[in-house]
Design a protein around this ligand. Structure first.
Ligand code: NAD
Length: 255
């Protein structure tokens, strides 16, 4: 007997930053399970190739250029999802930027503002646009992609850790407001994960040290996070809301 554990086939999703890394793995995973996926990114070549890969695997996907830190573009994105799929059931706020390591007194106003805009304000914009549709249906799954550094901090990356800590508080707050509408809102405290961002931000030099702290014996891969998003997008997590989940190989320090 086949048992449908996830019950997500036919749902529709927005995955921000779906062009590469964790967002791409998430978009592909949702597509594989029959979710209609709107991939959004600022890199059209990456976003379009993610869309094509989902289609080639037999799934349904669209692509929309969207800088999530721009309210007007976010509104257009959500209008496009409604036009394409008629509804939005799942929102994955994944798009984010990192930073090269920087003592905090060297962080400029521009660095600080840009980081908060993309990593914290943008998920607020996205939620503000999709939640009215979810409220009407009394159904919705919102998954915010934060970081372990949002819980324990991150030396030389204060603006990043501050934005990611804010995203945890944001998640826990709206989860309380939206419970009565049966909209689940959860946040993943992503650990160090092998993606292009890790290389570009020079934080990969800490991987050796981190490995000693991870009983599982390896650092994360994008699919670890995609699998957690699948669970949080599905009816298998019906009673899970306002939670911070940390798939981190049993890391000995708190996250
Ligand atoms: N890789 C890690 O070790 C790690 C650890 C903790 C948290 N995270 C978080 O996971 C998420 C994904 O990270 P990743 O490592 O896959 O990064 P990545 O850089 O490999 O991919 C990020 C994607 O987001 C897109 N993007 C960036 N700014 C955007 C914007 N303004 N609007 C729309 N799209 C935008 C990029 O073009 C890219 O496709 C981020 O929120 C990141 O902070 C990553």
């Amino acid at each position: 007997m086949e048992y449908d554990y996830l019950k997500i086939e036919g749902k529709s999703a927005i995955v921000t930053g779906g062009g590469r890394g964790i967002g791409r793995a998430t978009a592909l995973a949702l597509g594989r399970f029959g979710v209609k996926v709107m991939v959004c990114d600022i890199r059209d070549d990456w976003g379009e190739s993610a869309m094509q890969e989902i289609r080639q695997a037999g799934g349904t996907a669209e692509y929309c250029h969207c800088d999530v830190s721009d309210t007007a573009q976010v509104k257009t994105l959500v209008n496009n999802v409604m036009k394409a799929f008629g509804t939005v059931d799942i929102l994955v706020n994944n798009a984010g930027i990192g930073s090269v390591s920087l003592p905090f007194e060297e962080i400029t106003d521009e660095d600080w503002d840009r980081m908060l805009k993309v990593d914290l304000t943008a998920p607020f914009y996205l939620c503000r646009e999709v939640i009215p549709y979810m409220k009407k249906k009394e159904y919705g799954k919102i998954i915010n992609i934060s970081s372990g550094s949002g819980i324990i901090g991150c030396e030389f990356c204060t603006h990043y850790a501050s934005a990611k800590a804010g995203l945890i508080g944001f998640t826990q707050s709206i989860a309380k407001e939206l419970g009565e509408y049966h909209i689940n809102v959860n946040v993943i405290a992503v650990p160090t994960t092998q993606t292009p961002m890790l290389k570009e931000t020079d934080f990969d030099v800490f991987v050796e040290d981190e490995l000693r702290d991870i009983p599982w014996g390896r650092i994360g891969v994008p699919e670890d996070i995609a699998d957690m998003v699948l669970y949080l997008s599905s009816d298998a997590s019906e009673y899970v809301t306002g939670q911070v989940l940390a798939p981190n190989g049993g890391r000995r320090t708190p996250v």
